[in-house]
Write a protein that binds this ligand. Structure first.
Ligand code: ADP
Ligand code: MG
Length: 709
């Protein structure tokens, strides 16, 4: 973002360049690793996001005529000042023979003031707009140059970068990597010729260092043969690993849960609502999978409030109908408890034994629960991470359900499934692996999901239950807190309930706690006629539960909460949410939080309090939140703002497999890749096996393991 571009322009070049390289790499290795860049090949495959044309300089006058297009100008600084109104910013005036413009920086370093002294010659790149005070560039990238400094002769690659990684650093790291690579092509020349593909090494070199005479359009649009080779390669890797994962999964046995019996039927009859069309559809998909003799691996995606829980419960009912146990794991106590209450409320009247297991249980209760799970008396087990601890043994686990699956690490998800080895009472048959249903309200765009999660079937609930009213979202400057408190008061007087979410402080849990306590005290004092409650992650489970109960029963009107309420909390009468320091939250987190309101029929409101000045990313996020409540749209925006690597996050321990190809526009390449993958895996020759191995190693490295999950 703008900051990183500035760093690139302002870090002084040290006298000994080798020193910078070694010192920088040491510190930078972590940052590179965050982008998934660990080896030379990773760096070589870190291809430009786009290219910038620095081959020409326009006059300021000409640049002013190119609306909405970035241009490069060169001039001399004729003024440099910090202005404080309406907010602190740095204004630099740049002039050439044709006119002048103002460079406006909302974030800047003190050192820039000195660096941009009057008389300094600069090249600046950005979009020239006509602002209130005349032509201006907001957050241009710039470079100090001497008169007559040569221009670039070719397009300049711009790489995807994380925070604190400058373009110039990436360029140097990549250039170094390109000199140390094992360039062997994974595909033999005959195959390349037949498919009309470029060789690997020249393709990569061209993409990093486009020659002056390159087909610029093809490079920018990613239709150049060099791009096609990259796309083909990653599609081939994807197809190979998909097929291998599928074969591996189908080779494992699972209990065929074919009976839709008494429990399933009774459950549907007694539900207080009818399933939506979308719920019916995904239920049919799940039911079908559960009948198979190999384990289901399905991700159920549905926006917050779309009704995933009942679908999960119906899947569990099917397992129970067939004499197996089901387990449901949720990421937080609050959420697990809610599931327990809701599902037990549905199932216990039908004679089903539901067990409850979390870390917060007393020793005696825990032993009792463990015994019921081990004997098989507990037909459904609901809980937190406690479910995957050593001591937990299931008698006949047939189905594992993981809610908010993205909150769990890969290993955690695996270990629940592995627990599950369902001992068939008939000792003749081998152990069976339980079916797996994962749920997520953080929608991952479908193409990304299909490729990232590889061998995973996906069901999507794409409609909300009827009768929900839309949520109106506003972004409000922190300075208007008083008004917001008055609004909370008014809403409470109308019988509505309110969530007040405390700021996220990632660096310090203690500080976050302190802020929560302070906010609570302020609101208690400001709203003497109301009952205000506080819930945060450090409270004991029973304390949390007491507060949640009081809120559920409307004995508490205003609930001050940390992000512990982020997922799953379901109190339909709550229709106003205030999120403090909304600029600190990620998009999906804001969406999850907001999903706590809008669950009843009352019109709901979400107020995003922010502290100005807002950075570019934060501003985009808040604007997105204001403009839509559609989780898929929000996920799409998130992807756009952050790029796929960061979108999936380190949490997901892996990167999207497709960085270059687009499943829709590159369909023809997908076909070719699929055919070749099919051939290579069918063909039992040593040569084919070698190609498969080398290709997967190059394109997936360690990532392939995650495809099995
Ligand atoms: P999520 O998908 O976010 O987990 P939940 O399963 O918590 O959503 O469902 C949200 C609310 O909608 C719950 O109160 C649930 O009982 C209710 N609900 C689910 N399905 C329906 C339906 N078909 N009709 C009406 N209400 C429903
Ligand atoms: Mg849920």
């Amino acid at each position: 973002m703008p900051e990183s571009k500035q760093i690139r322009a302002t870090v002084p070049v040290p006298s000994d360049p080798r020193k910078l390289a070694s010192r920088a790499l040491g510190k930078m290795a972590d940052k590179l690793a965050k982008l998934g860049l660990r080896s030379n090949m990773d760096l070589a495959l870190h291809l430009p996001l786009r290219y910038e044309d620095e081959t020409q300089v326009l006059s300021i006058h000409e640049a002013g005529l190119r609306f909405g297009q970035p241009s490069q100008v060169e001039g001399v600084v004729s003024g440099c000042e910090v202005q404080y109104k309406p907010r602190r910013q740095l204004l630099v005036t740049l002039a050439d023979d044709s006119g002048q413009l103002v460079m406006r920086f909302l974030n800047f370093y003190g050192s820039q003031l000195k660096q941009l002294a009057e008389g300094t010659r600069l090249r600046a790149r950005g979009e020239l707009r006509h602002g209130f005070f005349g032509p201006e560039m907001v957050h241009p990238t710039y470079q100090i140059v001497n008169l007559g400094a040569p221009l670039a002769t070719a397009l300049t690659p711009i790489y995807p970068a994380g925070v604190g990684l400058s373009q110039s650093f990436l360029r140097r790291a990549i250039a170094a990597a390109l000199n140390q690579l094992d360039w062997r092509d994974t595909l033999p020349p005959a195959v390349l010729a037949e498919l009309g593909l470029s060789a690997f090494e020249p393709a990569i070199r061209l993409l990093h260092n486009p020659p002056p005479n390159v087909d610029q359009h093809g490079l920018m649009e990613r239709t150049h043969p060099a791009w096609e080779r990259m796309k083909f390669d990653e599609l081939l890797a994807q197809q190979l690993s998909l097929k291998r994962a599928q074969t591996a999964r189908r080779a494992v046995g699972a209990p065929a849960l074919e009976r839709i019996g008494q429990l399933s039927n009774a459950f549907l009859m007694t539900l207080p609502f009818v399933l939506t069309r979308a719920q019916e559809k995904v239920l049919a998909e799940i039911r079908n999978d559960l009948c198979a003799i190999f384990p289901m691996q399905r991700l159920l995606q549905g926006d917050v409030g779309s009704g995933k829980t009942v679908v999960a419960a119906l899947a569990a009912a099917q397992a129970i109908d067939n004499g197996y146990q089901a387990a449901l794991m949720a990421p937080t106590e609050i959420l697990a408890e809610q599931h327990f209450r809701k599902i037990a409320g549905w199932m216990e009247p039908l004679g089903i034994q539901v067990a409850w297991l979390t870390g917060g249980l007393k020793k005696k209760e825990k032993l009792e629960a463990l015994a019921r799970i081990e004997s098989g008396a507990a037909q459904l087990v609901i809980g937190t991470h406690a479910l995957i601890q050593e001591a937990v043994q299931f008698a006949r686990l047939g189905l594992v359900i993981v809610d908010e699956q993205h909150r769990f690490g890969v290993g955690q998800r695996l270990s629940l499934r592995n627990k599950g080895t369902a001992k068939d009472s008939n000792a003749q048959t081998p152990d069976l692996t339980p079916h797996q249903l994962m749920m997520s309200a953080t929608p991952i765009p479908r193409t990304l999901a299909m490729t990232y999660y590889a061998d995973l079937e996906i069901s999507v609930i794409d409609e909300l239950p009827p009768g929900r009213s839309p949520i109106v979202t506003r972004a409000i400057d922190q300075s208007r807190r008083e008004e917001v408190i008055a609004r909370v008061h008014a809403a409470a007087l109308e019988g509505r309930q309110i969530y007040w979410v405390c700021p996220l402080i990632e660096e310090s849990e203690a500080l976050q706690l302190q802020t929560a306590t302070e906010t609570y005290a302020t609101l208690v004092a400001a709203l003497p006629s109301l009952q205000v409650g506080l819930v945060h992650g450090r409270m004991k489970a029973v304390e949390k539960q007491a507060v949640m109960d009081a809120f559920n029963q409307n004995r508490v009107q205003v609930l001050v909460a940390t992000t512990v309420i982020e997922v799953g909390v379901d109190v339909p009468n709550a229709s106003l949410m205030v999120i403090e320091h909304a600029e600190r939250f990620g998009l999906s987190q804001l969406h999850q939080l907001r999903g706590r309101v809008g669950r009843g029929t009352a019109a709901s409101v979400c107020l995003l309090l922010y502290q100005s000045p807002l950075g570019w990313v934060a501003k985009q996020r808040l604007m997105t939140m204001r403009s839509t409540t559609d989780g898929f749209e929000i996920a799409r925006k998130d992807l756009e703002i952050r790029g796929p690597g960061e979108f999936l996050g380190a949490r997901q321990s892996g990167q999207a497999m497709l960085r270059f190809a687009d499943l829709e526009t590159d369909q023809w390449l997908v076909e070719k890749a699929r055919n070749l993958a099919h051939f290579l895996l069918q063909d039992k020759s040593e040569n084919s096996a070698r190609i498969v191995k080398a290709h997967l190693a190059r394109w997936l490295g360690e990532r392939e393991d995650f495809l099995r999950v």
